[in-house]
Write a protein of this length. Structure first.
Length: 296
């Protein structure tokens, strides 16, 4: 392929959404060009190779940081090293899970022995001494971020911009990002993407919007609109590079939830959170999916 291919054609050809391609590019996996006539992103042979390599490795949940190592020299030997390393990581995780399961079983056995006893400080001390080795007492288990959780979103005044096209996200987002930066609001603004009319339909133009939280009293340029976010309870999930698949995971999780259900009266959002490098420069965005919920 000698002629760069447009983002809409490439996404259809290899079965990836344009949003996924943009996310991978934000992660620094490849670079796109621009068609001067249409403004669409385009990809040359080098970028297409990187995209196909990334898509292959992401099928096996290879982390982005390891994919970058493969893309650096593009050899099957390096790919083999990365896959072998991932297998080792999974094996180690499986061992840790087995160890935790065995500790829980031992804990359960001690509880069953004390089934008829009231809980007291001395009895808890005895259990702790039996179950938790001293060397593990200061270990803090990290929260698993891959699981959806309930958050409360505050009410916000935002500035918004929408665009329509076959790949409208950049046209919706970039003017908002630029204005927020030029207005000195980068340190406090929160950014939320959302679908807009016309709703997404395969191979047809669709709408996408971006809004940013701003303080009261800040004037809004005529080219933008003011948008109020009412706030409330949301189920949140940090998305991976397959944003559509992450939305499916969130909604499947919510459909089986015992306490909460989707609140169809409220809008859903994709919050864009800047990922910063050690030197303070922006590396890209992580995306947190937000679905409004209510108690059943």
């Amino acid at each position: 392929m000698n002629t760069p291919v447009a983002i809409n054609k490439l996404s259809g050809r290899i079965g990836l959404t344009s949003r996924t391609l943009r996310h991978w590019e934000d992660e620094g996996l490849f670079k796109s060009g621009r068609n001067p006539d249409s403004g669409w992103r385009t990809y040359d042979d080098e970028a297409v190779l990187c995209i196909k390599l990334t898509a292959l490795l992401r099928r096996f949940d290879i982390p982005i940081k390891d994919i970058k190592a493969v893309l650096k020299n593009k050899t099957y030997r390096r790919m083999q090293e990365v896959v072998s390393g991932r297998i080792s990581e999974l094996s180690a995780q499986r061992l840790l899970n087995l160890q935790q399961e065995n500790r829980l079983k031992a804990f359960l056995s001690l509880l069953q022995e004390r089934n008829q006893l009231p809980i007291s400080v001395p009895s808890l001390d005895d259990i702790e001494a039996d179950v938790i080795p001293l060397k593990e007492k200061n270990i803090i288990t990290e929260e698993i971020m891959s699981n959806p959780k309930i958050i409360v979103l505050p009410a916000m005044r935002t500035i918004s911009n929408t665009a329509v096209g076959l790949s409208p996200e950049d046209d919706a987002m970039n003017p908002i990002f630029s204005w927020i930066k030029s207005s000195g609001l980068s340190g406090t603004a929160r950014f939320f993407g959302f679908n807009a009319e016309p709703w997404p339909e395969e191979n047809k133009p669709y709408g996408y919007g971006m809004c940013a939280a701003i303080p009261d009293g800040v004037s809004i340029p005529d080219k933008f609109k003011e948008m109020k976010i009412g706030g409330g309870m949301y189920m949140a999930l940090e998305s991976d590079d397959d944003i559509g698949g992450s939305w499916q995971k969130l909604m499947q999780y919510l459909s089986a939830h015992e306490v909460f259900e989707a609140d169809k009266t409220g809008p859903c959002f994709e919050e864009h959170i800047a990922v910063m490098k050690p030197d303070g420069s922006k590396e890209g965005f992580c995306i947190v999916l937000l679905e409004p919920v209510k108690r059943k």
